[in-house]
Design a protein around this ligand. Structure first.
Ligand code: AHR
Length: 497
């Protein structure tokens, strides 16, 4: 039996909805096929954008979407992706499979996609191979409402009004694919580029600097020292893999318990990395003016057999549901400083929430976790503590349970719980410190550790009722039995006395 205490009197911070963001890149079948099929496609679409995908993303209230990369961002020249489609320049996507990019999905299409989904755009500019002028003009093209060559060009391309754009990233992974820079050089380069990113009219940019790879604390140190005063946020990227080295990826399906625990153990490192990066940031920014954004996270496996290795197409199992649940709990608990997080990637790439094949679409276990956790968006984190025990093989142990809790704007208390055990249920005795609650709804995503959805069996893993929850009459003691390999959400309404 495990004790769980939730103190509803201790309300902490608002969980920013942007923590539940996604990332989309011109990579494999994320954009083409996954989002954009073109207006002449037999697949139902609006302005070339898949209707089924838009509907699925609206259901989880996707708050923000990052685009166009990733490594692709530092090779992308935005002017190639505007104007009449058949005149758009083609390019080779050198990072991702060497395929021809025809630029038929560009700024206008991305903004239209965000409009249909109802999410905010987060655009990542090109530092690695682009110029200051190019980046400056992109902002002017998108957001200037007066008369200028760029705003005129936008109008000629059919967009009379400027778009609203808040989030803008100055380069991606500039320590790697974005130019192999040293932190000092990037920090100075950031300062130069960011200077020319102007606020036009009432559009106010939130400028995002390229932060560290995983546990590269020196990058954070140098970046904050040199450029901290010039940005609203810095980013961090951390992918979970199960190999003993970064480049030794493990299969996405057909794994044993050892690889279940390896992946979960490595996922949990996210918490320590965030904590340490924030400690460094605090030394340079004690007033917390600069946020941390985790704009790439998720599992990275071997590609599905028979698929293009450059397309990063992988399946998604119950293990990925746990990876999502754990990461989202971690982000919730750091929501005083984490302003946004973007899972990599939205469709058909890495830990996707959606997979497509021609006209078919399936929702992954990860999607269903985003569905359960969406109640945390704009809710208030409350103080919570869970008793756990260490499980798993030596070197890759994990606590058996993981959680976060929040109170929504309608006063509903939501507990999101993960049982990391591959084979043991957990009996949890919950004490709710507060006014008293009644059980409203209990839902779960679970099954055997390797279960996943296919185009033939699209609902092998889906959201189901969690039937093993009992609230005592006093409204303060809740017994929960959580099956192994489960992510659950328990919602409780305050009792009117
Ligand atoms: O998400 C795939 C790639 O991972 C991105 O392009 C890059 O930023 C990261 O290395």
């Amino acid at each position: 039996m495990f004790h769980y205490v939730v103190n509803t009197y201790h309300r902490k911070y608002t969980i920013r909805p942007e923590i539940y963001g996604n990332f989309s890149e011109h990579l494999g079948r994320c954009i083409y096929g996954g989002i954009y099929v073109g207006e002449d496609s037999p697949i139902p679409n609006q302005k070339g954008i898949r209707t089924d995908v838009v509907q699925a993303l609206r259901k989880i209230h996707l708050p923000v979407l990052r685009w166009p990369g990733g490594c692709f961002a530092d090779e992308y020249h935005w002017k190639d992706g505007i104007g009449e489609k058949k005149l758009r320049k083609k390019m080779v996507n050198t990072h991702w499979g060497g395929v021809v990019e025809d630029n038929s999905f560009g700024t206008h299409e991305f903004m239209e996609f965000c409009r249909q989904v109802g999410c905010q755009p987060y655009i990542n500019g090109n530092v690695g191979s682009g110029t200051v002028e190019e980046m400056q003009q992109w902002i002017e093209y998108m957001t200037f409402d007066g008369q200028s060559p760029m705003s005129q060009l936008r109008r000629e391309n059919g967009q009379e009004q400027p778009w609203k754009l808040k989030y803008f990233g100055v380069g991606n992974e500039n320590w790697g694919c974005g130019g192999n820079m040293r932190p000092e050089f990037y920090a100075d380069t950031y300062r130069r580029y960011a200077t020319y990113l102007r606020n036009f009219g009432d559009n106010k940019l939130y400028k995002i600097a390229c932060g560290p790879n995983s546990d590269d604390y020196n990058w954070t140190e140098q970046l904050m020292k040199i450029a901290g005063k010039y940005c609203n946020a810095i980013t961090m990227h951390y992918y979970t893999n199960g190999g003993d080295a970064w480049n030794r990826k493990v299969p996405a399906t057909g794994f044993d318990q050892e690889y279940w625990y390896r992946m979960l153990h490595n996922t949990l490192k996210m918490d320590e990395m965030i904590t340490k990066h924030l400690q460094i940031m605090d030394r340079y920014d004690p007033e917390h003016k600069v946020d941390l954004i985790v704009d790439e996270w998720g599992s990275w496996y071997q590609v599905e057999p028979g698929t293009n290795p450059g397309f990063l197409y992988q399946q998604n199992t119950i293990r990925d549901a746990l990876i999502a649940g754990i990461n989202l709990n971690i982000f919730n608990k750091h929501s005083d400083r984490i302003a946004m997080a973007n899972i990599a990637q939205m469709v058909n790439v890495l830990q996707a929430v959606i997979l497509t094949e021609g006209e078919k679409m399936i929702l992954t276990p990860t999607y269903h976790v985003f569905d359960l956790y969406q109640v945390h968006q704009n809710a208030t984190l409350v103080d919570s503590w869970m008793e756990t025990k260490e499980i798993g093989p030596e070197g890759f142990t994990c606590p058996n349970l993981h959680e976060s809790a929040s109170i929504g704007q309608d006063d509903t208390l939501h507990l999101t719980l993960c049982n990391l055990s591959a084979d043991q249920k957990a009996d949890i005795e919950t004490t709710l410190v507060g006014e008293g609650y009644q059980l409203k709804e209990a839902l779960m995503v679970g099954g055997n550790m390797g279960d996943y959805n296919t185009f033939e069996q699209p609902e092998a893993v889906t959201v189901k009722p969690l039937t093993s929850c009992r609230m005592k009459e006093n409204g303060r003691e809740l017994s929960i039995t959580l099956p192994p390999c489960t992510v659950a959400r328990i919602s409780l309404a305050p009792v009117q006395r």
